[in-house]
Design a protein around this ligand. Structure first.
Ligand code: UGA
Length: 437
């Protein structure tokens, strides 16, 4: 089988590499000539564990290739995956579909009318997009033999390959039997490991993706509010999470409290679904509230640090551990650090920070920070240490050593990576989220 994947962002590149690993001949397409040249040389534009090896292996095997020539990639493909960006539209929060629509028109122009092709939306796209893609293609090429399908991706940054290869489920939305057969054939290796396949309509599939992300965002927001309550009443949020999560109806995952969710998906998708729901006169009041609480939460986190420093950070030095929105990624999109660090700077603090992968991008986004070579260098002479991302290497920090090089023994751990007793034993005043003490 042969596929083309349009767009070599996170979803496109990971999906393309993984389909080629399944044995599918895969051509990844991007307009960015420079990016394509680099991918051909095996240079991966994102930090994602295991992706470089997968790309290298399949490129060498001749199953995976990269091009800027969209028509050549589309001609002869059994399926064409649209995996271009759908950022928040400036001003109104709707998903910006201009890249999807442009890709649909270009694909249409390139289709071979004698070959049946399935056009698949893999990007997160609002309900109705699949039908619009079909309309664009039909208008451009009335004679083309094609069907559309929606196949949302549920992979997480940092564990993208494992998530693609061993998903909880695969969702495929289409009205067409022929398209269903092609999709079934592409995902054959997952059938063999008994992955549940949810076949549904286009609209339902498109909504499943948004409903999944907004539900998870709501779950995180719920535990964040419970964590705040725990602090007031002297309860431990981790025990609460465990105590409720063992109920299978609730589930253990995504109950870890923190500074508020970030990243390239939850903030954008919650907002886009809120807009879609309002447009259809069926407002999602829970998700509207989730968006509002999460925005406020990220903004309020600097206040916690200031309180931990005795009410002022004027002239204080703060050592920041981690700036990316989560570990194992270099992605800074909507990272809580983007709210917290500038707010501390505005309150008069000087910031030294270290992140294993995100510093280059962060330096572009947050001026005035001293970027350190490792965690200890970020903490040297600091009056307070704050943990913003739960990278494994921070969990292994030698607290006694950290205590020895800091000015004041204060930690504000917004990811709860340390054991409060260990931090206190090392002589720290330790502040975490939703735990007594
Ligand atoms: C998310 C979804 O988890 C994926 O299923 C989905 O495919 C993806 O969006 C997408 O739509 O492309 P991702 O944004 O990579 O994946 O990362 P998550 O692991 O979901 O984390 C998102 C945010 O929630 C992070 O800021 C993280 O720190 C936060 N989070 C997550 C918590 O604060 N607590 C938790 O218990 C879990």
């Amino acid at each position: 089988m042969r596929i083309a994947v349009i767009g070599t962002g996170y979803v496109g590149l990971v999906s393309g590499a993984c389909f080629s690993e399944f044995g599918v001949e895969t051509i990844c397409v991007d307009k960015d000539q420079d990016k394509i040249e680099r991918l051909r040389r095996g240079v991966i534009p994102i930090y994602e564990p295991g992706l470089d090896a997968l790309v290298e292996k399949n490129t060498r095997a001749g199953r995976l290739s990269f091009t800027t020539d969209l028509p050549a990639a589309v001609r002869g493909a059994d399926a064409v995956f649209i995996a271009v960006g759908t950022p928040s539209r400036r001003g109104d929060g709707h998903a910006d579909l201009s890249y999807v629509h442009a890709a649909a028109a270009e694909i249409a122009a390139a289709l071979d009318p004698d070959d049946f092709t399935v056009i698949v939306t893999k990007s997160t796209v609002p309900v109705g997009t699949g039908r619009e893609v079909a309309r664009i293609i039909r208008k451009t090429r009335p004679e083309a033999d094609f069907e559309v399908a929606s196949n949302p991706e549920f992979l997480r940054e940092g564990s993208a390959i494992e998530d693609f290869m061993r998903p909880d489920r695969v969702v495929i939305g289409t009205d067409s039997d022929r398209a269903r057969q092609v999709m079934r054939a592409l995902y054959r290796p997952l059938f063999l490991i008994e992955t549940p396949m949810v076949f549904t309509s286009l609209e339902t599939s498109e909504l499943i993706k948004y409903a999944a992300n907004t539900f998870l965002a709501a779950k995180i927001t719920f535990i964040n509010e419970i964590a705040d309550l725990c602090e007031k009443v002297g309860a431990d949020v981790h025990d609460v999470a465990k105590g409720i999560g063992l109920d299978n109806r609730i589930g253990k995952k995504f109950l870890h409290p923190g500074p508020g969710y970030g990243g390239s998906c939850f903030p954008k998708d919650t907002l886009a679904l809120v807009k879609t729901a309002q447009d259809h006169g069926a407002p999602l009041r829970i998700i509207e509230t989730v968006v509002d609480i999460n925005d406020r939460r990220k903004k309020s986190m600097a206040g916690r640090v200031i309180a931990a420093c005795g009410g002022s950070v004027q002239g204080r030095r703060i050592g920041v551990l981690g700036v990316t929105f989560k570990p194992n990624t270099d992605d800074m999109r909507d990272a809580p650090a983007l709210d917290i660090i500038p707010a501390l700077q505005a309150a008069g603090a000087s910031i030294a920070a270290y992140d294993p992968a995100g510093m280059e991008e962060a330096a572009r986004l947050i001026p005035g920070v001293t970027w350190a070579g490792d965690a200890y260098a970020a903490l040297r002479q600091a009056d307070c240490a704050i943990v913003l991302t739960e990278w494994n290497e921070f969990r292994m920090l030698n607290l006694n050593r950290a205590r020895g090089i800091m000015n004041e023994p204060v930690i504000v751990d917004l990811r709860n990576i340390f054991n409060p007793q260990d931090a206190e034993m090392a002589g720290f005043t330790y502040h975490s989220i939703g735990r007594p003490g």
